[in-house]
Design a protein around this ligand. Structure first.
Ligand code: UDP
Length: 227
């Protein structure tokens, strides 16, 4: 039993909603446990300055940020090395799903803001961003679902909290997944595990992604399908 009472293969409680920012072309809110993210998408829109344009495809730009009040110790609002790295990771996780070649010379801008952080913010950002891209009507191969799995002491667990991430030893593996295509679009590993353990962690992460996928689809349908 984990300290928050979950089983090893259990996700935290999830809330998901699309269309939360009226001025954006697409937007979404995604909360998993005490990690909450809002995402806003603008585009495809003409990219300026022109020398940044790609005549073959749209340029996907992702901006990850944490609000100053998202963690107990005030977070500086200026993006540091971590934010730049996570923005790149989020871009890599999302790019395979978008038909970027359909929108040459444009930019698609994806902003994710962490409102509350209790680990798993890059994965929550990917979940929110892919819902916001769909809400913006951008042609996509699939939604991207993401969650971390890992090893805390000797246990393989799904969806780690900050308390679990801070436990020694801990290995954290964020995974982003496109269920239709069965493509893993992001996998990172912080810590040490055997090849066999890693296989088990990936399997568990994908199982978590599939559950998140259903919640993402339900949130989108809630806005667009009249039942
Ligand atoms: N965190 C923090 N202050 C920071 C950055 C991170 O308290 O400046 C916490 C926050 O809870 C975050 C966690 O550390 O979710 C883990 O951060 P990490 O860089 O591993 O990324 P994440 O797991 O959020 O994707």
């Amino acid at each position: 039993m984990r300290s928050d009472g979950r089983k090893n293969d259990e996700l935290r409680k999830i809330e998901a909603k699309v269309g939360v920012i009226s001025s954006a072309d697409g937007s979404a809110y995604f909360k998993i446990g005490n990690t909450a993210v809002v995402a806003a998408v603008y585009g495809p829109r003409e990219l300026h300055p022109k020398h940044l344009q790609d005549p073959e495809k749209s340029v996907l730009r992702c901006y990850y940020n944490m609000t100053t009040f998202s963690v107990p110790e005030r977070k500086s609002p200026s993006p540091g090395r971590r934010e730049i790295e996570l923005s790149t990771a989020i871009k890599r996780a999302l790019e395979p799903t978008i038909f970027i070649e359909e929108f040459p010379r444009t930019a698609i801008d994806v902003y994710t803001y962490v409102l509350e952080a209790d680990a798993g913010t890059r994965c929550a950002s990917i979940c929110a961003a892919s819902m916001a891209l769909a809400d913006a009507g951008i042609p996509m191969r699939d939604l991207v679902s993401a969650v971390a799995a890992g090893k805390v002491k000797d246990q393989i667990v799904l969806d780690l909290t900050k308390e679990e991430e801070d436990t020694e030893p801990c290995t954290d593996v964020p995974i982003a997944y496109m269920p239709n295509k069965k493509w893993i679009t992001l996998i990172q590993l912080d810590g040490e595990v055997t090849a066999e353990e890693l296989r088990e962690i990936i399997k568990l992460g994908i199982k978590g992604c599939l559950q998140i996928y259903e919640i993402q689809k339900k949130a989108l349908k809630k806005k667009y399908v009249r039942i």
